[in-house]
Design a protein around this ligand. Structure first.
Ligand SMILES: NC(=O)c1ccc[n+]([C@@H]2O[C@H](COP(=O)([O-])OP(=O)(O)OC[C@H]3O[C@@H](n4cnc5c(N)ncnc54)[C@H](OP(=O)(O)O)[C@@H]3O)[C@@H](O)[C@H]2O)c1
Length: 354
């Protein structure tokens, strides 16, 4: 099969670079254009980008000219574009992504702007691939020739991947989660080194609300043309810590029924979804790794497991109050952003949405 032609919006940023790395040698996709802000447009990709993923730029894109981020500029590149991966800041995405969809482009967005809209799928491919059905609702309602599918917040993806098998096995009434989030989660210029080195910042703007609401949509059920949100009380407390990549989360879960710890571990370990069934190229063999050591998971040691696409769970135990407790670690820029989006793209390609 001919490769599908893809474009990365916001390709010079931290998530954009991960997209470029994942797509540079992809079996389904071929990058035909990269965009960024007007300060980068017109430069070669290697001149416009502070590449943070090792010593060299991928050969295939290093000399590509960075385009302005507009449907017209992308049209002018002369290719029939099948899919657009967006790593734009939310306030920019709010205006630009609908403009792309209106002009006929299929967009997978990392921005929060449209995630909670009723007609916009918010997808973790192992959990709710059926929510892609909302694309039909979106097209009917908005009259777009293109579409927008959204990638959830990074901490939310990591949390919900572990909640899904627990919900299915024992039911969940309530969740308390405290996050320790890496600095890359705020983008290249997001947190000043003078603010974060030797420090923990006990606040991340709008992050707690995103975890508390997006999780309920992802774990919700598709009923006809809408999603019925999951009935779980989720409470989050978010912190920025001095780690480059990898969000660690301390999770407390009130189960609906008593469940044996070993059986819960088995449910987590054996969890698989449609991406594994379809053998999608970016799908990890096991989305959840369970470790038995008392001091795992750790960001530096566990963030690259299965190329950053699996989350790592450890310290699964019960507290005296009967709540289940565990730690989970996920790579925020791969599974939490570009990797999950590429997996969505692969799923859309396989399921005939492109
Ligand atoms: N980092 C994470 O862990 C993470 C996880 C999940 C979701 N996200 C989301 O992913 C998106 C990108 O995050 P990031 O961390 O990669 O941010 P970033 O490092 O700040 O990169 C932002 C990108 O957007 C471009 N851009 C900025 N303003 C623009 C404008 N007015 N018009 C066109 N392009 C513009 C930048 O281009 P220039 O280089 O030319 O300025 C750059 O390519 C955000 O919506 C973020 O919330 C991030």
């Amino acid at each position: 099969m001919d490769k599908l032609k893809v474009v990365v919006l916001g390709a010079t940023g931290l998530v954009g670079q991960r997209f470029v790395e994942l797509l540079a040698d992809h079996p389904f996709f071929e990058i035909v254009a990269l965009t960024a802000s007007s300060k980068s447009a017109g430069k070669k990709y290697r001149e416009a980008t502070r590449w943070v993923l090792g010593p060299y730029f991928p050969e295939a894109v290093r000399d590509l000219e960075v385009l302005e981020t507009s449907p017209e500029a992308v049209r002018r590149c002369g290719y029939n574009v099948d899919l657009v991966f967006s790593a734009l800041p939310s306030e920019v995405a709010k205006e630009l992504e609908p403009a792309f969809a209106k002009e006929g482009f299929n967009v997978v967005s990392n921005a929060s702007a449209m995630r909670m809209f009723n007609d916009v799928p918010l997808v973790v491919p192992e959990i709710n691939p059926d929510h892609l059905h909302l694309i039909h609702v979106q097209r009917r309602k908005r009259g777009w020739k293109g579409l927008i599918v959204t990638n959830p917040n990074c901490s939310t993806i990591i949390l919900t991947l572990t909640l899904k098998p627990i919900v299915d096995y024992a039911g969940v009434e309530a969740v308390h989660v405290t996050t320790m989030q890496a600095v890359s989660g705020a983008g290249f210029s997001g947190v000043a080194s003078m603010a974060i080195i030797d420090n923990v910042i006990p606040f991340i703007a709008r992050e707690e609300e995103k975890i508390q609401t997006e999780s309920l949509k992802i774990l919700g059920k598709l009923v006809e043309d809408s999603v019925k949100f999951a009935d779980i009380a989720i409470s989050a407390s978010c912190n920025r810590v001095c780690v480059l990549d990898g969000h660690l989360e301390s999770v407390f879960v009130k189960l609906k029924r008593n469940a044996d710890l070993e059986e819960l571990k088995d449910a987590l370990r054996s969890f698989k979804g449609l991406p594994q069934e379809l053998k999608l190229p970016t799908a990890p063999p096991s989305p959840i790794i369970v470790r038995e050591e008392e001091d795992r998971p750790q960001p530096r040691l566990d963030r690259e497991v299965h190329k950053g696409m699996s989350v790592v769970v450890g310290r699964l135990r019960y507290g005296k109050d009967g709540w289940l407790k565990y730690m989970v670690l996920g790579n925020n820029v791969v599974r939490g952003a570009a990797g999950n989006s590429v997996l969505i793209g692969e799923l859309m390609a396989k399921r005939g949405f492109l």
